[in-house]
Design a binder for this molecule. Structure first.
Ligand code: HEM
Length: 501
């Protein structure tokens, strides 16, 4: 017994030593960025970082300046905070910064999807073909039809639809945009009633997964939560299974062609199901929350709401539905909404907070815009957090925490693209979609979906906050760095379809 105890102790000490020693001995070399290993061996700053990445990085930036390396859970991350120096990292002309291998590990852990050669490139080319340009027109139409189904029900507008309903604004937006987006991309059957029920069930389970998601990625779940994540993963693999999926009508060309690529690569059907789950996550995790923030900002800023409504009336036209009718509008209008475009850019600036990560392959020389050069080590990660270093920079965006609906409009009403830092024109002035090799390939469709939803909401519905004095809720600090943020709590609102004349 004593011997076993001793052996176990030695083993434990060996594991701890193996994990911690490299960190204990690591010292900053000349030309390397300031190194902050944090208070706890191996863990470094992990706990403070995970609890509130925004506040943590603000502190580190103030302490170390524009470039610094921190230890987080045994790994070293070099944060670059000067947006004028982002160019070489995002272009990666030295070909030493990897995204693809890093992403493969992440999606294996989170979605169980084992990547195959060429799939990253394939996702981007399928998205260029079917989520942008001409390919996008079919999908916009599908989205309008799906929004009609989700918002008005099976038979179009019911004769008694114009009574007030109350809901949480976050729940309403996420639920509606999720279900409509899902039906547009993953298809539907002859049985619309069943489709709606399935989409609702999918949303309920998706919300549970979404809640656990940040702590799951950080490996901080308790035993029960691990079991729950396993159950949820199996649920999604089952409901999104390709054997049912491919039989559906209106499966989007986007998904169809990506699944065809996997079939040609002889990827097992069970793995294709996991791919579907990954695409559900990528396509539905941010659009609902972003629509929520945009609508809430409009409800809190009457002058912005008025400007959007004025634009909507011009482009949507007749805005009262007769009984049994569904929404219809000429979707080419989506190209003529500069005010709404600015509202969306501003909402994303204020609430989208992606982290861009690249793994250093071989020793890497980082050249800053001010001419300074740093050496980064093989295996370390380079990280950008543009929410703090760009979106909230008062030099680029005066009064950065304020919602200004016309921030991205020129005085002549055209889109504003000229922003400056330290008197220099800046290319990366808003980065909700990431940038470089990992830029969101769904960004044009995402914008269309959210714009159609908001145009319908402000055109066909009366909306108001239950308590007009309610404050915009703060961001849940666990979600910094994971795309669009979410509020700490929901906000009650009421809505009704405008009565027919
Ligand atoms: C407001 C909505 C959205 C936001 C803010 C957003 C943001 C992002 C960001 C920041 C990334 C890059 C992540 C990284 O660098 O690791 C990303 C990746 C991705 N997004 Fe989006 N996204 C949105 C909507 C969508 C939609 C609607 C789709 C598809 C229909 C989509 C498909 C994807 C895919 C497939 C990737 C992975 C790309 C890759 O592996 O290179 N996204 N998104």
């Amino acid at each position: 017994m004593v011997l076993w105890g001793l052996l176990l102790g030695v083993l434990l000490a060996a594991v701890i030593g193996y994990l911690c020693l490299p960190g204990l001995f690591r010292q900053r070399k000349p030309q390397e960025p300031p190194l902050d290993k944090g208070p706890v061996p191996w863990l470094g700053h992990a706990m403070t970082f995970r609890k509130n990445m925004f506040e943590f990085l603000k502190g580190m930036w103030a302490k170390h300046g524009d470039v610094f390396t921190v230890q987080l859970g045994g790994e070293y991350f070099t944060f670059v905070m000067d947006p004028l120096s982002f160019g070489p990292i995002l272009k990666d002309a030295q070909r030493k910064l990897d995204f693809v291998e890093y992403a493969k590990e992440l999606v294996l852990k989170v979605f169980g999807y084992q990547s195959v050669h060429g799939d990253h490139q394939m996702i981007h080319s399928a998205s260029t073909k079917y989520l942008m340009g001409v390919g996008l027109e079919d999908l916009n139409k599908a989205m309008l039809d799906s929004l009609s189904l989700v918002m008005l029900g099976l038979n179009g507008c019911s004769p008694d639809a114009s009574c007030w309903c109350e809901d949480g604004l976050f729940h309403f937006c996420y639920n509606t945009v999720f279900k409509a987006g899902y039906l547009s991309l993953f298809g539907h059957t002859e049985d619309k009633e069943q489709d709606l029920l399935q989409a609702e069930q999918l949303f309920v389970e998706f919300s549970k997964f979404d809640l656990l998601f940040p702590r799951f990625v950080y490996s901080l779940l308790g035993p029960r939560e691990w079991l729950e994540v396993g159950r949820l993963q199996r649920f999604f693999h089952n409901v999104l299974s390709v054997k049912d999926n491919l039989k559906k009508d209106g499966l989007s060309n986007w998904l169809y062609h990506m699944l065809q690529f996997l079939r040609e690569k002889e990827v097992a059907p069970a793995m294709q199901d996991k791919f579907n789950f990954m695409m559900l996550w990528a396509s539905q995790g941010n659009t609902g929350p972003t629509s929520f923030w945009a609508l809430l900002f409009l409800l809190k800023h009457p002058e912005a709401m008025q400007a959007v409504k004025k634009e909507a009336t011009k482009v949507v036209g007749k805005t009262r539905l007769e009984a049994r009718r569904s929404f219809s509008c000429d979707l080419s209008i989506l190209k003529c909404t500069p005010v709404l475009d600015s509202v969306m850019e501003e909402s994303l600036r204020l609430r989208a907070s992606p982290t861009l990560l690249r793994v250093v392959q071989g020793d890497y020389s980082l050249k800053m815009a001010n001419g300074q050069e740093y050496q980064l080590r093989h295996g370390d990660k380079v990280a950008l957090f543009p929410y703090l270093s760009v979106h909230m920079d008062p030099d680029i965006h005066p009064e950065p925490t304020a919602f200004k609906y016309d921030r991205f409009l020129n005085p002549d009403g055209s889109r504003k693209v000229d922003f400056y830092k330290g008197g220099k024109k800046i290319h990366h002035y808003n980065m909700p979609w990431g940038s470089g090799v990992s830029i969101c390939p769904g960004r044009f469709f995402a914008l269309s979906e959210m714009k159609i939803f908001i145009l319908l909401m402000v055109s066909y519905f009366d909306l108001e906050l239950v308590d007009p004095d309610t404050l915009v809720p703060p961001v849940n600090p666990w979600r910094w760095g994971f795309g669009t943020t979410q509020p700490t709590h929901d906000v009650r609102f009421r809505y009704r379809l405008r009565p027919a004349e």
